[in-house]
Design a protein around this ligand. Structure first.
Ligand code: F6P
Length: 545
């Protein structure tokens, strides 16, 4: 069944939310906390080893009830059933959206075109297991008989960001293999990586769902040429493996049949790290940890599927984000993990969220009249505090922010962890409360500042506060909790796409630039430059001169 096509702005809940916003928007978070001593406990969800506190949002119980009413009115529950069941909800490409099937239980049945895809998923999982174990143990060797020491993932977008983010996030759990990522078509990227490698002990994993992506194929060809300077053609089979749906193109590249890891068109690139696209993750941290990552995601899938909306983490976080995006006019959201291990997390989510929900045509094919996808950005705390937090605290923009932290650190350095977490809690408190003019003045007075000097200085030291945050506090960064955290955001994307009445699982917006780049490449490589606007023409002439 197709997703419902309901314009959210025509629902009763939307109209009520607009009226409610007018009444509610001037209330400061400080007042909301003063009114209800129990607020901190009331607006939070505890699920397994996650505590999600969303009390520091500009909401009352009425706001929440209206947002939940909106979810009902746009038929979110019905949409969720289709999502998990394998309906062709990626309608513009005629595909199901089944990254959740990649972490389903063995024995589950999810049908696509009458075939149970879970069986295929488990066949590929077995292959990932045996292959990664043979490489890690050294049983599988390179052409000169030496065990592998380095792995290079060649891919871009979803074929790079997920594996790159997760291998960094799970560095604590990694083995002796060094994992590298080559993504950019910028030759300086691949050549820098090659400088570090020994062809005898390096395994190359080419990841491309389509196997037509310019960046990935160019990098793969450059690497193959480099490899063939040190080894013969027949050794390619020992050192190159591919993950793709395009078996024909893989064969053309010269990859041995045994070294092909299939994927499926019902998995979107940006949701594919759970498939063989995650091979470099399994190689880096071992199959068991890879499987635990999937198990964590599966637990979040069940939470999302089975929990009433009022207690459902992805649903609540999605609705809160809609509240700010569509009623307060907030344009961006920051995601700040308080662990260095998650330093690629917001870059990863930028693709997940912005490629999915950066759409302006609704499911009926009309231009939307409401705002859709938010702009996502962020860096780990505490570094980000010393970089852009000034703007979040005292700038003119409203930036709802997710704070992600862990009760335990991995290396167990309690001194550092307490300092880190003190900052974590301090920031959300500061953002919420701010500092009033009276508080600033009495602080200045206590420092011996008074009179004109005080009057001139105090306005700059006032913090308005009232800045919304969500706190996601998890026991420990493990493969399992990471899997659940990623799945949480995946489902948030889904909920928002359903409410905004857009298709979240295509990405036509990236095609135009690719098409033009092909033409311009021929302008660059040939003597004649084709027809362009005067700016592009002048730039091309200048570049070629
Ligand atoms: O350009 C966007 C995109 O299609 C992404 O959606 C995808 O993750 C990436 O390119 C890479 O595509 P492929 O895996 O087919 O090489």
């Amino acid at each position: 069944m197709a997703l419902p096509k309901i314009n959210p702005t025509t629902t009763n809940a939307w109209k009520k939310l607009s009226d409610h916003y007018k009444k509610q928007s001037n209330t400061h978070l400080r007042e909301l906390f003063a009114e209800d001593a129990n607020r901190g406990k009331a607006f939070n969800i505890q699920w397994k080893d996650f505590l999600v506190d969303y009390s520091k949002n500009r909401i009352t119980q009425e706001t929440l009830d209206l947002l939940l009413e909106l979810a009902e009115e746009v038929k979110l529950k019905e949409a969720m059933t289709g999502y998990f069941k394998g309906d062709l909800i990626n309608q513009t490409e005629g595909r199901a959206v089944l990254h959740t099937a990649l972490r389903a239980n063995k024995g589950d049945t999810i049908l696509v075109d009458g075939e149970n895809v879970v069986e295929e998923v488990y066949e590929v999982k077995e292959k990932i297991k045996s292959f990664s174990e043979a490489i890690i143990s050294g049983d599988k060797k390179g052409f000169s008989g030496k065990a592998f020491t380095d792995i290079v993932n060649i891919g871009i977008g979803g074929s790079d960001l997920g594996p790159a983010m997760v291998t960094e996030a799970l560095k604590f759990y990694k083995n002796h293999l060094k994992v590298h990522f080559v993504s950019n078509v910028d030759g300086d990227h691949v050549h820098e990586v090659l400088k570090e490698l020994n062809p005898e002990t390096t395994l190359f994993v080419i990841v491309s769902k389509t196997f037509t992506t310019q960046e990935t194929l160019s990098n793969a060809m450059t690497i193959k040429k480099w490899f063939l300077k040190h080894a013969s053609q027949k050794e390619v089979a020992k050192h190159f493996v591919a993950v793709s749906t395009n078996l024909e193109k893989i064969a053309e590249f010269g990859i041995a049949d045994d070294n092909v890891f299939p994927m499926w068109d019902w998995v979107g690139g940006r949701f594919s790290l759970w498939s063989a696209v995650g091979l470099s993750i399994a190689l880096s941290v071992g199959y068991q940890n890879f499987d635990a990552l999937l198990a964590g995601a599966h637990e979040m899938d069940n939470h999302f599927k089975e929990t009433p909306f009022s207690e459902n983490i992805p649903v609540i976080l999605a609705l809160l984000s809609i509240w700010y995006n569509n009623f307060y006019g907030a344009e961006t959201e920051a995601i700040i993990p308080y662990t260095q291990y998650l330093h690629r997390f917001s870059a990863y989510l930028q693709q997940g969220i912005m490629e999915s929900n950066g759409k302006s045509v609704d499911r009926a094919g009309n231009r939307v009249g409401h705002q859709t996808g938010t702009i996502i950005w962020g860096e780990p705390g505490t570094n980000s505090q010393h970089a852009f937090f000034q703007l979040i605290h005292q700038g003119t923009k409203l930036i709802p922010t997710d704070f992600i932290g862990f009760k335990e650190s991995l290396h167990g350095d309690v001194d550092h962890h307490n300092k880190l977490m003190a900052n974590f809690f301090a920031q959300t408190e500061a953002l919420m409360n701010g500092k009033t003019a009276d508080e600033v003045k009495s602080e200045l007075k206590s420092q011996g500042i008074s009179g004109e000097e005080l009057e001139a200085l105090f306005p700059f030291k006032v913090f308005e506060g009232n800045k919304p945050t969500n706190t996601i506090l998890i026991n420990k960064l493990t493969p399992k909790s990471l899997g659940a955290l990623i799945a949480l955001y995946e489902h948030k994307i889904f909920v928002q796409g359903v409410v905004w009445n857009i298709f979240s699982y295509d990405q036509w917006g990236v095609e135009l630039g690719k098409q033009l780049a092909k033409n311009i490449l021929s302008d660059i490589e040939n003597s004649e430059i084709g027809k362009h606007d005067s700016s592009t023409l002048h730039l091309l002439q200048y570049f070629k001169s």
